[in-house]
Design a protein around this ligand. Sequence first.
Ligand SMILES: [Zn+2]
Length: 202
Amino acid sequence: MSLPEEIWTVQSYIELFSHGCPNHLRPTMCPHCQTEVMLHKHGSFERTVYTLLEAFIISIFRFKCIKCGRSTSLLPNFVMEHHQVAWDVKEEVIRQQLSGVALAKIAEDLVTSAGRFSEKTLWRWSKAIRDELRDSSSEQWRVILEKLPHVEIPVGPSKPVQEWSWLFRAWEQVRSMIPGYLNIGLLTWLYQIKHSRAVALG
Ligand SMILES: [Zn+2]
């Protein structure tokens, strides 16, 4: 399951979880049996996360439900489930693509903390993210409109092909209004909107 409501950068996550999972962030609902119960601490494991500039080893905390006995992990939202590459890397790829840089060129030039990625990998990320947007676009604009009732949104015949450019622009406005969001990327936020309901990892 993802961390509820709050969005962390890798650094703020490491700081906050340096002495284990803080009590106020312990899951209070089991994603397997949906029972509303404080889950028991059940150890942790380490995982490497690659951001643009730095690789981090972070602890992922596990919890166990006393009702059904199944366990779950609390996943920070700067990285997607089962992925090691943080959203900021993927966001950089999308931004460069939007500004007209070819994927082959990005693959050649973009050096991340995990090194370079092949054009094929970048293409796979880009496609997955675009597909995701297509599926949940209206939901994302609804949330943006809640925050920014006067924002100009792409509708009808004037809806641009590059909806992403609009989203990036709207996001700049949204995050300037929310304390602590200045370092949060668009993709982290979109993913959080989509997955704010608990996801069971088993
Ligand atoms: Zn349970």
